[in-house]
Every structure is written in C-alpha cells, then in structure tokens.
Write a protein that binds this ligand. Structure first.
Ligand code: HEM
Length: 541
C-alpha cells in the first residue's frame, strides 16, 4: 500500500470518529453538573492574586484588596492565592461553618513553607489524630487549674520584671518590651529558663532570626531571611534537644528540681512522643504563645491613649483592686483580683460562644466544652469580649482546605480548594459592629439575658450601651474556633489583664512618635511603637 493511500485511510477514519469524540465530550460536560462557584477573579497564572492579597495595610482596616473584592463580589469570593484556587470568606456564618467542620468538611492547611519552618510535627499544621494528641498535651499544660496555681504568679512576676526595668521618664519600643515579657514567660513555662541568663538571651536572638523567616517569602536561597530562619530553626532545635537530654538524665537520676514543673518535664513523663515530635511541639508553642500575646499587649498600649475615658475607668478599677489588697495585707495578685478586672476584660477578654446567631441564655459554654475538649469553665457569670483584639486583629485569617465538595448557601466549594476564613473582616464589618474602626470598649458592656417563655428578656443587669447583636452572636473569633480553638486563649487574656493592671497603676504613657499597626499580614508596628513613660503611682500609701 502506498504511503499516500495509508494517510488517506488514517485521515478518513479520524474524520469518521470525530462526531463520536464530540458526542463523548458533550455527554461528559452534560453529566458533570455546572458548579456554582462564588464570583471572583483568578488573577495571574500560578501567582493568582497573592501579591495584592498580601500587600500590607493598616491593621485596623480590612485593606484595599479586601474592600474592593467585597464591594465587587460580596463577602464570599473565589480567587487564586498561595498558588492554589481559593475561596475567601469575609462572611461570619461561613467562617463559623468552616471552623466547626474541621476534620469533616475542611481541614487545616497551611502553605508548605510554614510547615517547613515550624516543623512537620508542629501542632499548628498537623491534622487528625496526631493533632488531637498534641492538643490534649497543650491543653493540659495550659489548663485552668495551672493558670490559677502556677501561671498567674509567673505572669505577674514577669510583668513586674519588665515594668520595673523602665527608667524614669524614658522612651523605648513598647513592642520590644511586650515581646521581652511574653518570651521570658514562655521560656520559663516551657523549659524553666530564667530571664537574663546567657542561654535565654542566646535563644531569644536565634528566635528573632527564626521569626523573620516565618513571616518572609519562602525563598530558600543563600542570604534570604527564609534560609537564615531554617538555620536558626536547627540551632534552636539543637538547643532544646540539649535541654531535653539533660532533663532525661536528671529524671533518671531522680535529680530534677521542683522548679522544673515545665512543659518539657510534662511531655517527657506523660507522653509517648518521639524526640522529633517533642522538639516541634516545644518550638510551635514558643512561637504561638510568644508572638501573638505580645502583639495584643502592644495593641492595647497603642489604643488606650486615644481613649482618656477608658484610661480613667481602668485607673479606678485597678486602684480599687490595689486598695482592697492593701487592706487585706496581700501583695501578689490572686485569682479573685483577676476576676474583679471587669473593665479590663472589656478590653481583653472574650468568651461569647453559642451555636448560632441566637441570643444566649444564662448558660454559657466555652468553645472548649462545646467541642468535647473540656478545659475551662470560667466562673464569670457572663462572658465579655475583647475590644483590643476585635480592632487590632492579631490573627487576621486562617488557612483551611475543603476535603469534600461543600455547598454553602448555594455556592459550591470544590474538594481540594483552599478556603480562607478572614476573621478580621467580620470584626470590622459595619453591619455587625457599630462604627467598627472606633476603639470602644463599652460596646462589650455586659448584658445579661434570660430566655423567658421563648422570649429574650434583659434581666435588668445591663450596664452601658451594648449593641446586643454584637455580644450575643458568635461573630467574634479572635482565637479561631472549633476543634482548633487557640489552646492558649485563657493564658493570653491573663497576660493582657495583669500587664494592664501594673502598667495603669505605675505609669502614664504616650506615643513618642507616629506609628501604627500594619497587617503584613502578621501584625507589626513598623517603628516598634515608641512610647514615652512617666512613672506615677496610683497605689494607696
Ligand atoms: C492574643 C493572643 C493570641 C491570639 C489572638 C491567638 C490566636 C490563635 C488562633 C486564631 C488560633 C487558631 C489557628 C487555626 O485555627 O489555624 C490559635 C491556635 C493556637 N494557639 Fe493561640 N493565640 C493567642 C495566644 C496564644 C498563647 C499565649 C498560646 C500559648 C502557648 C497559644 C497557643 C496556641 C496553640 C497551641 C494553637 C493551636 C491549637 C490547635 O491547633 O489545636 N496562643 N491561636
């Protein structure tokens, strides 16, 4: 058969089969139901809209990217972020839905670069059973009982150490001081390291380099912040391993000191974790517990001078606590003193948890109980919320992915897509919080409600003007929610309240330079929040 005849036959058979191919393609398309994805823009190939999404902006706003996208597409939109197709949610209901369905419809899913630096065993990136085991260890260690018996004392000690080091009428970076406080506290609590010791200072230095890499672009080339951070990570891990070996030896010899009632001791004695797992657990707790609460304290220091009325009210509250202590002959703060810090809690504490948008009856669950991880029952009759965290938004959004095809209010979220619940966007939503850009602690004044015959009744115990929709629904999630709710939320609140207590009693402060918090998206003060302090004492003579 000649060559041209062969080509003729091949061509004619392809032509004959063409209608069949077209038919199969059409059928396939018809059998796949068309997805109703949220509106949005997938941006550039691979990068998508990541660069614009991460463009820094004032932390008390949602930023230009978010504003424009919400105006164009609404509070749920599609995009391409961190190299993957993504659904972004600024919708309070969807955010709750995502967090509550962790492990069922959605799963924690941080970019690989974060896993690379925090470690594959870090509980911030782990999922499933291993995450649960690590979480139980952390919750035990940060339990309510430990807060009362150990941590309150430690928090006060470390607060005073920092505040007492401030010279008369000096100017310095408030952010650095807040970091010093939270780092010393965590280093002590995790590995019994003392502030001021050479090894503590060395670890802190390495940690600063490590942190710069966590928040930098994940470019693993010589000289980049990411590469330096990976190096610091291994130095820090070697250091922790050294501490671990030393501790194991002392435990075996029965030589541990009573002082060493720390996380390291706890995991060595009560868990079956491997060395590698313990190292990542310790590193991630140091990270989670240090960076976040120091930013929260810096934010309170930043917001308060803008509200003289709030400062006045805090002074009255804390002077009264100090007066009562003096009368009782007490020096150290007690748990009862902490509970008396009601107005401070308006700045610092949140705990409004309920199933849906219903008004809460008297019975209040903490999220921990709610998800079967029973940890904390606060004695406070009603829960109040945290204005500093609402406006400052230490954690702005979380990383999740859909593990099943999900339909939410008519929108399809395909399995495998990235899902980003933007908790900050809800906290700054004017339809949920009146004048959201305004620092207004009174919006959280306690209202008590009772459900009487199916109707919501105010039991007459309310104070101040509180938009009930803000306090009674679950739109406020600074600590996340669901099975991954922040394990250190109670400690963070305690740290803030105790720090504010001593700051207010002992100092007057003002901003020494213009500075403001920016979202990079991690929150940071570009100039370190320089403040000028004047010692004053509100303590009774
Ligand atoms: C104001 C301070 C803090 C804020 C705003 C904050 C916020 C958060 C948020 C939003 C999450 C959820 C992350 C996610 O779902 O992917 C989280 C998780 C976590 N936080 Fe915090 N946090 C703070 C302080 C602390 C402190 C003091 C500790 C103590 C060590 C801590 C330990 C943790 C841990 C271990 C997790 C992981 C929980 C899990 O995956 O089960 N945090 N935090």
């Amino acid at each position: 058969m000649s060559h041209s005849l062969l080509s003729f036959y091949s061509l004619s058979s392809i032509l004959a089969l063409l209608p069949l191919f077209i038919f199969i393609l059409i059928k396939r398309k018809q059998s796949k139901p068309k997805l109703n994805l949220p509106p949005g823009n997938m941006g550039w190939p691979f990068l998508g809209e990541t660069i614009a999404y991460l463009n820094p902006y004032s932390a008390t706003t949602i930023g230009e990217f978010m504003e424009q996208h919400i105006a164009r597409y609404g509070t749920i939109y599609k995009s391409k972020l961190f190299g993957e197709p993504a659904i972004v949610s600024a919708d309070a209901g969807l955010n709750r839905f995502i967090l509550q369905n962790e492990g069922k419809l959605f799963e924690c899913s941080y970019p690989r670069s974060i896993g690379g630096i925090l470690g594959k065993w870090s509980m911030l990136v782990l999922v499933g059973d291993m995450h649960r085991d690590m979480r139980v260890i952390s919750l035990n260690f940060l339990s309510h009982a430990r807060l009362r018996t150990h941590l309150l004392k430690e928090v006060e000690k470390h607060t005073l150490l920092v505040l007492n080091s401030w010279n008369q009428s000096s100017t310095f970076s408030a952010q650095d001081e807040a970091k010093k406080f939270t780092f010393n506290l965590m280093a002590r609590h995790i590995m019994s390291m003392d502030p001021g010791d050479i090894e503590t200072d060395q670890l802190k230095k390495e940690y600063v380099t490590f942190m710069k890499g966590v928040v930098s672009a994940p470019l693993n080339f010589p000289g980049t912040a990411y590469r330096k951070a990976l190096k610091s990570r291994s130095t820090i891990l070697k250091f922790i391993e050294g501490k671990m070996e030393d501790r194991v030896k002392r435990i075996q010899e029965g030589n541990e000191s009573l002082e060493e009632d720390d996380l390291l001791n706890w995991v060595l004695k009560h868990s079956n974790l491997s060395t590698e797992q313990i190292l990542d657990l310790i590193l991630s707790l140091l990270f989670a517990g240090h960076e976040t609460s120091s930013v929260a304290i810096a934010l309170a220091i930043y917001f308060l001078p803008g509200s003289p009325q709030a400062i006045q009210q805090l002074r009255e509250e804390h002077r009264e606590i100090a007066r009562a202590k003096k009368e009782a002959g007490e020096v150290e703060l007690t748990w009862d003193d902490y509970k008396k810090m009601e107005f401070t809690h308006c700045l610092a504490v949140s705990n409004i948890i309920c199933d849906d948008d219903d008004v809460m009856p008297f019975k209040v669950f903490t999220t921990e109980q709610h998800y079967g991880y029973s940890l904390i029952t606060q004695d406070y009759v009603v829960k109040v919320v945290n204005e500093t965290l609402r406006l400052g938004n230490v954690v702005r959004f979380l990383h999740r992915k859909a593990v099943k095809d999900v339909n939410y209010k008519g929108y399809d979220i395909p399995s495998g897509w990235k899902v980003l619940p933007v908790i900050a966007a809800v906290h700054l939503d004017p339809s949920l919080f009146d004048q959201p850009q305004h620092f207004n602690p009174w919006r959280w004044q306690v209202l008590r409600f009772q459900i009487i015959n199916g109707h919501v009744e105010n039991n007459g115990n309310s104070r101040g003007s509180c938009p009930s929709k803000s306090i009674t629904n679950n739109n406020f999630l600074p600590f996340g929610g669901g099975p991954r709710l922040c394990a250190g939320s109670e400690l963070a609140k305690l740290e803030m309240a105790v720090f504010i207590h001593h700051l207010i009693l002992n100092y007057h402060w003002e901003l020494a330079d213009t500075d403001q918090p920016f979202a990079y998206p991690f929150v940071d003060f570009p100039k370190g929040l320089p403040i000028r302090v004047q010692p004053h004492s509100l303590l009774p003579n």
